[in-house]
Design a protein around this ligand. Structure first.
Ligand code: MCA
Ligand code: AMP
Length: 482
């Protein structure tokens, strides 16, 4: 017998009348969600993959749950996606249908796909749920940036999701009594898999805020919210506002658990939040391809600057530049993190070359560089690739932005870098050699937002007469600092 990915939807007698999801004034109980998902799953039967217009709404969750129920892979689409990125994702993932709320105007290639409207109106008759799909069935294709080229589709099987969510539940003592609060976007692992599938698998309640604000987070944690998921930028903004508002600090202090991930939370930020709220943030480390690899335990030592121990079921090693494992007792060496376990993806969609390159003897090469504390706690110290930027918790490839800027008629040459930023972690900077007269910076910024996505836009444009290059003609990005 296979275990269900979403047990409380498969058997609503368990928690049918409990609220599953709340987005503002819209709430669905487990019973309502199960009925909507069963109805929609009936329409998805036999399909291979569907695109979901991933607005932060209950409709997105219904679409995702229906697809999971039917065993159809979901390709979540950023509702602020630009034209070029959308063309790539639709061509690459070739979805059979697009799922969106009624009345939403879909852009570009999505408008050409057969559409299924996701309504929250109760179905007249809830059909039986289909049989639980095989654990190796793809559940999601999540697009993630690399150093060069367009984003790659990460194919995640159900097995990775169930095993990883259960491991997190164990170490975070996450139960059906929790009310998870967050405001994360629903087109990445953090917001969608941990933040939506996570609470539904636990049988607990999700309160999604629609968009992030420190006031909304505080109001929830002062009320029913018990857990918060956020990226470091959100914790930075909470720290700033708590410093000015002791009442807000008191509200945040009531949480059972604050979890930070998607990028490093600076130790100073950890300390500031603890001083202001009395809460020590639990940091965890993950990746789209691997889900969560490491985390501080709920009852463990919440040591700032570390991401704790590997989560149960995940094997982790550090390797040197030649790929040789570094002994666990070596606490001086910096090595690349490699992981293996049931948490791993199936591969990059249509990219066996990239999949092979990312693997070494069954281990996934993360590109993240780390050290180990004497008790095994992992300390991330950097990344192998300088061309990957983490801004606001989003991973962004420098090459992707450079290619788009080079298409602008006013740009002759360009190099994109990430610079330290107190709010975003890193801020994207475009160094531009103009073709003729310098184009307005705002125009270049808008060009990237329009072609790729708003979060990939440079926050600054700096004009140069030439780019620093080495003897081979390669741009020396390290020389590009303000
Ligand atoms: C501004 N905007 C523009 C432009 N300028 N739109 C078009 N063209 C422009 N030139 C709009 C934006 O679309 C947005 O619209 C608004 O202005 C503000 O944008 P921005 O400044 O980028 O937002 P922010 O306030 O700085 O956002 C901070 C944030 C956000 C809320 C922390 O970065 C965020 O949600 N980060 C989460 C990232 C995440 O979930 N990562 C998970 C992947 P509007 O106002 O309408 O929004 S990592 C992962 O999954 C792994 C597994 C892991 O470990 O977790
Ligand atoms: P993504 O591809 O968007 O899933 O981002 C994964 C990357 O985010 C990882 O390879 C890390 O570089 C980074 N990351 C996630 N969580 C943390 C963390 N707690 N500390 C440092 N880096 C992190």
């Amino acid at each position: 017998m296979t275990t269900h990915l979403l047990p409380d939807l498969a058997d609503v007698s368990r928690r049918g009348d409990r609220t599953a999801l709340r987005f503002g004034d819209t709430a669905l109980t487990y019973r309502e969600l199960a009925a909507l998902a069963a109805d929609l799953a009936g329409q998805l039967r036999g399909l291979h993959r569907v695109a979901v217009w991933a607005t932060p709404t209950a409709e997105t969750c219904v679409a995702v749950v229906a697809a999971l129920t039917a065993g159809v892979a979901v390709v979540p689409i950023n509702p602020k996606i630009g034209t070029r990125e959308l063309s790539h994702i639709v061509a690459d993932s070739a979805p059979d249908r697009v799922l969106a709320a009624p009345g939403v105007e879909l852009p570009g290639e999505l408008a050409d796909l057969p559409r299924i409207s996701v309504s929250l109106a109760p179905p007249t008759e809830a059909g039986p749920l289909p049989d639980e799909p095989d654990p190796e069935t793809p559940a999601f294709v999540v697009y993630t940036s690399g150093t060069t080229g367009p984003p790659k589709g990460v194919v995640l099987p159900r097995r990775a999701i169930t095993s990883n969510l259960d491991a997190l539940a164990e170490i975070w003592e996450w139960t059906a009594d929790d009310v998870l609060v967050h405001a994360l976007p629903l087109f990445h692992v953090h917001g969608l898999i941990l933040g939506v599938v996570g609470p539904l698998r636990r049988g607990c309640t999700l309160h999604h805020l629609g968009r992030f604000s420190t006031e909304a987070v505080a109001a929830e944690l002062d009320g029913p919210g018990t857990m918060l998921f956020g990226v470091p930028t959100m914790y930075h903004r909470l720290a700033e506002d708590c410093a000015a508002d002791p009442e807000m600090a008191g509200a945040i202090g009531k949480a059972r658990l604050l979890v930070s991930g998607s990028a490093a939370l600076p130790a100073t930020e950890h300390q500031r939040i603890e001083q202001l709220t009395g809460q020590r943030v639990v940091e965890r480390y993950g990746m789209t391809e691997t889900l969560m690899n490491c985390s501080i335990r709920f009852s463990g030592d919440r040591r700032p600057g570390t991401v704790g121990l590997p989560v149960p079921g995940v094997d982790l090693r550090l390797v040197d530049d030649d790929g040789n494992p570094i002994p666990e007792t070596d606490t001086e060496a910096v090595g690349e993190i490699e992981v293996r376990g049931p948490n791993l993806f199936l591969g990059y969609l249509n990219r066996p070359d990239a999949t092979a390159e990312a693997m070494r003897d069954g281990w996934f090469r993360t590109g993240d560089m780390a050290m180990r504390d004497p008790d095994g706690y992992v300390r991330i110290v950097g990344r192998r690739a300088t061309d990957l930027i983490k801004s606001g918790g989003y991973k962004i490839g420098a090459g992707e932005i450079e290619n788009v800027l080079l298409d602008h008629p006013g740009v002759a040459e360009v190099a994109v870098t990430g610079e330290p930023d107190p709010d975003l972690g890193e801020r994207i900077v475009a160094w531009v050699v103009a073709r003729g007269q310098e184009p307005p910076a705002d125009e270049l910024i808008a060009h990237v937002a329009e072609q790729l996505a708003a979060h990939k836009r440079p926050r600054e444009v700096r004009f140069l007469s030439s780019l620093p290059r080495n003897d081979m003609g390669k741009v020396m990005k390290r020389a590009l600092t303000s």
